[in-house]
Design a protein around this ligand. Sequence first.
Ligand code: ASP
Length: 341
Amino acid sequence: MTRNINLFFILLQASFIHATTAIPKVVIAIHGGTADHEEISPLLEKEILDGLATSLKAGYQILKNKGGSLAAVEAAVKVLENNPLFNAGKGAVFTEEGKNEMDASIMEGRTKKAGAVASTTIIKNPISAARAVMEKTRHVLLVGNGADQFAKDNGLEIVDPKYFYTERRWKEWQKSKQKKNQNKQSGLPTPWNRHFSLGTTGAVALDPLGNLAAATSTGGLTNKMHGRVGDSPLIGAGTYADNETAAISCTGVGEYFIRFGVAHEITALMKYKGYDVAKASDTLIQETLKPLKVEGAAIVLDAKGNLAFSYFAEGLPRGYVTDDGVLHLLIFEKETTQSLR
Ligand code: ASP
């Protein structure tokens, strides 16, 4: 009980918006899902920040060489998918059946083209499959075997499902199952147990031509039902990009992000009510989801390079690079910077 009270207190403490209207303008920003103090040792914190830095550098390199924002967000998310610390690709969480099912989506703000995959099991980098769906098909979303087969047919890297096993996620899954059983026995409702699922990944970018793009990739929620799909591969829920307003990537309990259409709603507030990135993201995360005690976050970048991170959680590992080549990394409100030039 005391722990719950303390946790609630910590959540209240941490439930403010960290927003920055950056000058100079932000060109790429990423998140690594929300984070709990209890789960993150100082060593893990350092490894997470190093992982974010590598991802940002990959995305920034593309923009610096006059590449597009779509390629930049794909590259940044791909690095996080290959890093076992994040809940996407290699570090994906386990389903109720002890398997990994991954979701990802990508969207381009200029054309409003989008691509997504859900419940994939053998695609090493679901974000690249999402991009291929966008560029090579007439569709937006492919799921399950259809998505896996499409990736194979299009020469994407295929791995054995065992590739996605990590000991850390397996242990989290076991703990989550135990907790679920305990709750069942004592007649308690099953909590979302998000702290077993932290680490979803996402990126937003603005390229030299003024085009925005957004990408999100996740393993979803630990112990989710086989076939459960969250917000991350759903355009308008977990991901959205529109040059007129903003590029957005979300993380949190997907069911709520789907019901509230969070990513698209943020752009609608900007478009029809004239809200800036901070006010629009705050309206959804702080005013709509926080009163429901739904943990989550949105990162929002507009076409002028204004960026907002809004989150209701203990922490949000995140980072961004501005057009002067300065990389900023943050977690639990500590900020470090380095010049990439
Ligand atoms: N939004 C993801 C999902 O519900 C999970 C997360 O962001 O942690 O699948």
